[in-house]
Ligand binder design. Structure first.
Ligand SMILES: Nc1ncnc2c1ncn2[C@@H]1O[C@H](COP(=O)(O)OP(=O)(O)OP(=O)(O)O)[C@@H](O)[C@H]1O
Length: 378
């Protein structure tokens, strides 16, 4: 029999995948919570006293554990933050309607306000209708674009500018693998970041469970008897993600630390190679921006590093895009970082004249002329 590596009194019940440490149930719960607290403190996820912060709550294990742990930490370490559960109803019968019932119970259990926003009200389409129209292949693209914007809209409606999501280490490792296998280095760097801000949004998003293994999240939920919804989406997940997931699981069998190793590799690539080249060139930010033909709305001199990353990403993105289109753009072509403006159609913030959600809605509405092309204001 093994005793817990921390207390040395209780019988060990858990072997931690990241380091092989054997822990008892109670020490595991403490260690898990402490690691998320440390992630919040060390990663720059700012939880400012008095601030209202949204938790993207799907009712699944990850966001339920996130809400439960944040409630504990908020009380234990006196963060002084008000957490609001923000749920998006994609309109998937037999899946999201059931998981939202779980979120409603979680709101009562954790004493958190709950806001639910639906695709139907925002876009005039439920995902069930989208799948009926476009089929199961490719429907995840619609769902992902709509959800991203819906979360932003919900948070804005609540006067909130920071959203926390339950993406865990396995989710991030999968995305890194997918982008690596596709040769998409700019996305690979971005997906490894714990805090993301997009050019198309002023909303900050953070992933406090970034270093938490899926296995441990399930175990934590089990040990604490958390109320969560465990059914997979009725529409098949993105096929390529399924392959990346299978590959990750195989790697994990041989080497349990693989998940975090891949996350760390992704982090190292954030600054590599284009950003590094720009940093090495020593060019002053404003000169570099002028050369790159960048127009950034607001203070032209602020956010040097961020701008450098944007330039680096843009350079690589434009190279990748031109490659996939079979043309090679000249290296000297000026780069244009779009500033955040407003979508001409729905009025919501967008880096393009028409936001992605409106483009997708327009596609959907094409064969339904009686439905107005609109994304409703919320
Ligand atoms: N319908 C939704 N409403 C609000 N937030 C959502 C919704 N769907 C996903 N999210 C947020 O995005 C995160 C990652 O979503 P994903 O679809 O990858 O699900 P997941 O990894 O199974 O997470 P979960 O177990 O929380 O459902 C979730 O943890 C949650 O914070």
């Amino acid at each position: 029999m093994h005793y817990c590596a921390i207390c040395g009194i209780e019988r060990a019940q858990v072997i931690r995948p990241k380091n092989g440490q054997k822990l008892c149930r109670s020490c595991f719960i403490d260690a898990f919570e402490m690691e998320i607290h440390t992630t919040i403190l060390e990663s720059g996820i700012m939880l400012t006293r008095g601030e209202r912060i949204a938790i993207g709550a799907s009712g699944g294990k990850d966001s339920t554990v996130l809400a439960a742990v944040l409630k504990v930490l908020n009380e234990r370490y006196d963060y002084g933050v008000e957490f609001i559960l923000l749920s998006i109803d994609e309109g998937i019968h037999g899946y999201r309607d059931d998981s939202l019932e779980t979120v409603k119970r979680n709101a009562v259990q954790y004493g958190m306000e709950l806001c639910i926003l639906g695709y139907e009200a925002l876009y005039g389409w439920t995902m069930d209708q989208v799948v009926e129209k476009v089929g199961k292949k490719g429907n995840c693209t619609y769902c992902g674009v709509f959800r991203r914007q819906a979360l932003d809209r919900g948070a804005k409606h609540l006067n909130i500018s920071h959203i926390l999501t339950g993406h865990n280490a396995d989710d991030i490792a999968e995305t890194i693998l997918m982008n690596f296998l596709r040769g998409d280095l700019p996305r690979l760097g971005r997906c490894a970041e714990i805090i993301t801000a997009s050019q198309a949004s002023t909303m900050k998003r953070s992933k406090p469970l970034k270093y938490a293994y899926e296995k441990e999240i399930v175990l934590y939920a089990h040990y604490r008897g958390l109320d969560y919804f465990s059914t997979e989406c009725v529409y098949s997940p993105e096929a390529f993600r399924g392959n990346a997931r299978a590959l990750l699981k195989d790697l994990e069998k041989i080497r349990p630390s693989s998940v975090l190793d891949i996350v760390r590799s992704g982090e190292h690539l954030i600054h590599y190679p284009a950003t590094t080249q720009i940093l090495k060139s020593g060019m002053p930010h404003n000169e570099m921006n002028k050369d790159a033909g960048i127009s950034v709305r607001g203070n032209e001199n602020e956010g040097g590093l961020l701008k450098m990353r944007q330039v680096a990403s843009s350079q690589l993105e434009s190279k990748c895009a031109s490659k996939t289109q079979g043309t090679t753009k000249p290296q000297t072509e000026a780069l244009h970082i779009q500033s955040i403006g407003n979508c001409e159609r729905c009025g919501y913030m967008s880096s393009q004249p028409i936001c992605k959600a409106c483009v997708l809605v327009e596609n959907l509405n094409k064969t339904y002329p009686s439905i107005a092309v609109s994304v409703k204001e919320y």
